[in-house]
Design a protein around this ligand. Structure first.
Ligand code: SAH
Length: 265
């Protein structure tokens, strides 16, 4: 870790300690919220829709995502289009477009909107791309990916979450998302290779079967580590794997086989 990142992480941890980090949920990259007045966010950009959630969703895209530097038009359009509130349990729905992760049951969380957008942008998806997601959760991120890529294959280890996500995605018409229940450690051998792979649960180290299922030229985004993780971007080239650390993040842990593998093995 270089000096700057160490300082940044220390600030994040200090801020978290004073804010009572123990009570906070994972999946949150702690960045300073934008300073604009949210009430003015829609000025000059009328939202033409009868959907009462369209205005908060538009504000989410402008204030939480575009202002923090995510600019790929396809990603912004997808974040604007996918009804995040319909992936969140009713008791938390009023918080659907707030700048935070939300609980989705069984101890899991749907990531903060900015993190969903950032990870999606890092994948540099093109319309026909085939994407593998490990950690379907609510199905929200899969739905976002499906608006930017061609086909999305998503694996969820918890049976009730996987079933619920399947049903939500079917009801909303996301026909190019394919969900299966199981441990994502071994990937989806029948559908490999993938143009992009994304993990939304954090492994202590990157599962080799997933690297093997990535096409040459493909990209993988993965939070690696335990309590605080590094969001890593891997690119598979003909010469090998290039790695870049993007930011410190906090996701729920990847469970299953990865927890039984040796740290160095
Ligand atoms: N992408 C989700 C959020 C995922 S939270 C969304 O948009 O809602 C991380 C998810 O990864 C959890 O649902 C958790 O059960 C799942 N998970 C953890 N370990 C896994 C594994 N080995 N294989 C597949 N899913 C896993």
């Amino acid at each position: 870790m270089n000096g700057l990142r160490r300082v940044a992480l220390a600030i994040v941890l200090a801020a978290a300690a004073t804010a009572g980090m123990a009570a906070q949920r994972p999946n949150e990259l702690r960045t300073t919220p934008p300073q604009r007045n949210p009430l003015q966010a829609n000025q000059g950009t009328p939202v033409q829709s009868n959907d009462p959630w369209a205005a908060p969703r538009h504000d989410m895209v402008e204030l939480q995502i575009r202002e923090r530097g995510v600019h790929q038009p396809e990603v912004l359009r997808a974040m604007e289009a996918v009804p995040r509130h319909l992936f969140i349990p009713e008791e938390h729905r009023d918080q659907a477009y707030s700048d935070a992760p939300q609980p989705i049951g069984w101890g899991q969380t749907i990531s903060q909107p900015y993190i969903v957008a950032l990870m999606t942008e890092l994948l540099e998806l093109r319309p026909g791309d085939k994407v593998l997601e490990i950690g379907t959760g609510s199905g929200y991120h899969a739905a976002v990916l499906s608006r930017v890529a061609g086909e999305v294959y998503s694996i969820e280890i918890l049976d009730p979450l996987g079933k619920q996500a399947k049903s939500t995605l079917r009801q909303l018409g996301y026909d190019n998302v394919h969900v299966k229940v199981g441990d994502g450690y071994q990937g989806w051998p029948d559908e490999q290779p993938f143009d992009a792979i994304i993990l939304t649960a954090a492994p202590p180290k990157i599962p080799q079967p997933l690297v093997d299922q990535l096409k040459v030229g493909g990209r993988m985004v993965v939070p690696v580590g335990s309590f605080v993780q590094d969001l890593m971007l891997l690119t598979k080239t003909s010469r090998g794997i290039e790695r870049r650390t993007v930011a410190p993040v906090r996701f729920v842990p990847m469970t299953g086989e990865v927890q039984r593998t040796k740290p160095d093995g």
